[in-house]
Design a binder for this molecule. Structure first.
Ligand SMILES: Nc1ncnc2c1ncn2[C@@H]1O[C@H](COP(=O)(O)OP(=O)(O)OP(=O)(O)O)[C@@H](O)[C@H]1O
Ligand SMILES: Nc1ncnc2c1ncn2[C@@H]1O[C@H](COP(=O)(O)OP(=O)(O)OP(=O)(O)O)[C@@H](O)[C@H]1O
Lengths: 228, 228
């Protein structure tokens, strides 16, 4: 049974606490504001009204026994820094801290945070990327190994996989092809439903509008990206 | 050249704008506060001081020509709702809006938002999941098709892939195996470096501590999850 401490029940802290409980974990939430404590009292395994900058309070709560602690205090940067230091001293094995800006993040790392989160910035990066590269997705599976999702390049259309020899020419392993299959609806319209072929074989041919999911080395990715 | 409108230069808006420009996109940023306009004047392709609830202002800025608009106004829910409606009327093809809570999100969808973002909640979900399932990762590649990353189950250890017959027994296609290879450092310590085998073949055997990356149908995922 994995147990976690969440310090600060603002929007970020309360969301983390409830997703963890939803997944079957146990949360001990530490919150200084009595009104918020009352608000969340019955929602998590344990909700405690305390000032997390007080090392005795943390010790009494048995914080050293949790699998990880999440510090989700935004506006009071000093408090989040002090609390991070205390958690490090109390040997909490994994400390995740929400940071307000890069400098705050740097200080948090120095006092022992294992992982810094900038929810707005991180989400913004994600969205910006998908907006700029809507026909292309990339995910690093391992050092030097990527999975990519691309619209079928023009040069691949109407050829079958046996002919394309993706492994030989691009070191690529094709995992799946997503196709759009046209059909006639009840009111005589043409509509498309998605059909996924996984794994495809040498006879599978590539049509215009197909999406290919491939695994290939990092250094072959640029080649595919330039085809989209 | 992809062009975007970002409305509201709070932390979320300013981050999206700068990531888009970093990736080579053009941003026209619309911000009502003159101090913020001055602050960001030289950072984006175009920064305009205007009230985005004014349809004439939006029309004059040629907002109908952008590929997508991102509405990143938090505290004034009414404004973000009105602006979303106007963008829909001006036929902006893709409208992404930051929402303050579920109800706000519902209203935004009704007035034409294509996609709603809750940066803090979405990030929290991500983190909670990784905390609860540190030895297991799952990604949906297509409807009914998942990629998963798992620690080698006990029952697989010291067996080679030919013996395990993953395709036959689990409908699974193994993409890669991440191994830890021990070596002796300069000061006579044992350390590990990561080695990825992709794709592995029938003779590759699985060792304790290996991580397996597999593609399998959605309904086989539970089987693997319960082995970790
Ligand atoms: N020393 C402390 N000990 C425990 N809880 C604290 C302490 N200081 C602040 N908090 C609580 O942390 C919570 C989050 O803090 P705050 O609202 O400043 O951050 P935020 O970043 O604005 O939150 P949100 O996650 O909503 O964006 C608040 O509920 C606050 O009462
Ligand atoms: N009608 C409007 N037209 C253009 N910009 C606006 C309008 N109303 C608010 N803004 C701007 O939107 C920006 C973000 O708004 P606000 O600070 O309320 O949201 P927030 O969610 O707190 O932002 P953050 O992204 O920092 O969390 C502010 O800079 C504000 O001046």
């Amino acid at each position: 049974m994995r147990s976690f401490a969440v310090i600060g029940l603002g929007e970020f802290g309360a969301s983390i606490a409830s997703y963890i409980e939803e997944e079957g974990g146990e949360v001990i939430a530490i919150e200084i504001d009595p009104e918020k404590v009352r608000n969340y009292e019955n929602e998590f395994t344990s909700v405690v009204e305390a000032d997390a900058t007080d090392i005795e309070a943390l010790r009494d709560l048995g914080i050293s026994d949790v699998d990880a602690a999440i510090v989700s205090i935004g506006t009071n940067m000093g408090a989040s820094i002090l609390i991070t230091l205390l958690l490090k001293e109390l040997k909490v094995p994994l400390i995740i801290v929400k940071a307000m800006n890069q400098l705050h993040g740097k200080v948090l790392k120095k006092v022992g945070a294992n992982s810094i989160v900038f929810p707005e910035k991180d989400m913004a990066k994600n969205i910006a990327w998908r907006l700029m590269w809507p026909d292309y997705k990339e995910l690093e599976l391992a050092p030097g190994l990527c999975m990519i999702e691309i619209s079928a390049p023009k040069s691949f259309i109407n050829k079958n996989l046996g002919l394309l020899e993706l492994r030989k020419n691009y070191d690529a392993n094709i995992i799946a092809i997503k196709k759009k299959v046209p059909y006639i609806t009840e009111d005589q319209q043409t509509d498309y439903k998605e059909k996924t072929i996984a794994p495809p074989n040498a006879d599978t041919s590539i049509d215009e509008g197909d999406t290919l999911i491939l695994v290939c080395p990092q250094d072959k990715v640029e080649k595919f990206k330039n085809m989209t």
